[in-house]
Design a protein around this ligand. Sequence first.
Ligand SMILES: [Cu+2]
Length: 415
Amino acid sequence: MVRRFLAGLVMMAVAAIPYSPQVWAHGEAGDEPFLKNLTTAFYDVSISPLEIEVGQPVTITGRVKILETWPHTLYPPEIASIVPVVPGPVFALQDRTVNDQPSTGSFFVEKGGIYQFKLVILGREPGRWHVHPGIAVRGTGTLIGPGEWVQVRPSSTPFAFPVTLLNGQTINLETYGGQFVWWWSFAGFVLGMAWLLYWTLTKRTVTNLAVTSQLPVNDDAPDIGLITPRDHMWMNVVVGLTLVLLVVGWTYATTNYPVRIPQQTDWITPRPISSGEQLAEISPRGATYDEATDTLVMTVQVKNLSQDALTIQQFIMAMATFVNGGAAEQAQAGPRDFVGQLMVEPNSPIASGETKELTFTITSPLFREERLIPLSDPQQFIAGLVRLGNAHGSQQLVTIRTNVIPTQFRSQLPL
Ligand SMILES: [Cu+2]
C-alpha cells in the first residue's frame, strides 16, 4: 500500500517536469509577490563590464528605496546590508559604499530611506554568472534587484586578493591562514568522529534502542555491557585530548599574535537621500491584471503642485523598471532583462496646477517570470515608485500602493 503510494508520488513528480515553467538562475522568482513589490524598489542599476578575466573587477551601482508600504506582517526594517547576489563564492567583494560612505558591514535603515550603493567585486571562478545587487534585511531576508549575466574568462595568473594590514604587512586574503584553518578544524573533526564512531559502531546504545529505552536515565547498566568502566576511561581520554587541543590553541594564539583586537563591526547611519522636491501628489484609483496577456492596467490621479509641466517617466516595481519612452531611455534604465515599456494615457504633459486621471498600461513577461503580481493571496496589493519630472531636470519619486484585481486566471494545475 505504502509502496504503491510512493510509486504514484514519483510518477506524478516525473509527469510534472515537462510542465514546469522556465526557471531562472538561482530561484529569484521564488519569493512571494508581496515580499518583492511591497518591500523595496531598485532603480538606476548598472552592472559593468559584462565580460572580464579572473581577478578583474565588476562594478555594481544603483539605488534601492525601502518603501513606506513595507508589509506589517514582516519585522520593521532596521538593519540591512547591500550584498552582491551571485551563485556561490565565484566573486570576491572588494569595496562597498552606501550613500558615498564606506560600508564594511551592515547599516541602519528605515522605511522610506533611499540607499545609493556601489559594489566592486572581483571575478574568482571562470564561468557565466548571473549577478544582482540585493539588500539583506535583518528578520526578512535578502531582497534582490535586477541582474546581468557576467562572463568570467580564465586568466593565466591565479586569483589573488592582496590586503595591507595596519602593521604595513601585505597578505593574500585568498590563501592567508588557509592551511592552518583546514588542519586545525580537521583535528577537532577527528576527535568528534572518534567519539561518534566509538558509540555507534561498538555499543548497543544505538542498535538496541529497545533495550536502552527500558533503563532509567542514570543507569550505566555495565552488567549488560551498555556503558562499562572501560568506556568511561576512553571518554576521559577524548575529553583530555580536547582540553589539550584548546590549551595548545590558546597558547599558540597568545604567543604568535600578541596584538589582537576583538571582532568588530562598523555600523553606519547613511546620510539621507531625498526622493526629490515635492512636485506632485498621486492617488492610485485601482488596478487590474490580465494573466493571459501579462498586462497590468493601473489608474492614477496626478495633481501637479509645481510651477512647471510634468511628465511621467517611469514606474518602478521591485527589481523591474517600466519606462515611458523609447529604446534609448529603456537602455539607460537598467539591466535589459528587467526593463519594459510603460504606456501612459493620455501622455501629454500635466500642466502646473492641473489634476489629471492617467491610465498606466504595462505588458511584460516579467510579471510572470519574476512573480511580481499577487494572484491568489489574501492581500492583493502591489506597490512601486512613480518617477515624474519636468523639463528642467527636477524629479520626484512617489510611492504608490493599490489593490489589484485579476481579470483572468490561468489554471494552477498542469491540466
Ligand atoms: Cu539571477
